[in-house]
Design a protein around this ligand. Structure first.
Ligand SMILES: [Zn+2]
Ligand SMILES: [Zn+2]
Length: 176
């Protein structure tokens, strides 16, 4: 969805958006997200501050993610509040100076014109909301490093005759 910020004035403009699962397109190198599980709701307010635009947003929905350990898909509840400051070329210099002077808790996005694609911004925020370690559960047993069996679902017996128990911990680490 393209929004022209030109039309945004000092008084905030509110967007209430809902994205259906078919909105999600897999990106290149996108191995963690399988898609949306149900609609994603996005609330956005955008206001103008001189040559800059301030965006406050809230994302809520469910994603289908791949577990790092067992490679199965699981449901992840996504909720993220974010604030972005979008700077037009006229103010790039001043923004750079400011951000060097004080570290703000505000992400600055540099835009080359006032027409922005909300889809891109939301997509980026979804990536930023992903867990560093994607696990279907804290107790996920993962895959057997020998036979590839999903140890959440079956016991394969490999570990019973695989040497000294002290090394089992090491094996676990290797498959992560
Ligand atoms: Zn898992
Ligand atoms: Zn096995």
């Amino acid at each position: 969805m393209i929004v022209d910020l030109q039309n945004i004035s000092r008084s905030p403009r509110q967007f209430d958006l809902t994205f259906q699962p078919d909105w999600w397109r897999e990106g290149s190198g996108d191995i963690q997200i399988r898609g949306l599980e149900g609609p994603l709701s996005v609330q956005l307010t955008v206001s103008r501050n001189g040559e800059r635009f301030v965006m406050n947003g809230r994302l809520a929905g469910k994603l289908r993610l791949v577990c790092d350990r067992c490679l199965e898909t699981y449901r992840f509840s996504l909720s993220r509040d974010f604030q972005l400051s979008l700077a037009l070329p006229e103010s790039w210099e001043s923004v750079e100076e400011e951000t060097e002077l004080k570290i703000e808790d505000l992400t600055v996005g540099f835009i080359s014109n006032t027409k922005i694609d909300l889809d891109d911004i939301i997509r980026e925020q979804i990536y930023l909301a992903l867990p560093i370690k994607s696990l279907c559960g804290n107790t996920c047993a993962g895959l057997c490093s020998r036979c590839g069996a999903n140890l959440n679902q079956e016991t394969c017996g490999c570990s019973e005759n695989s040497g000294h128990p002290a090394f089992l911990k090491l094996k676990e680490l290797q498959i992560r």
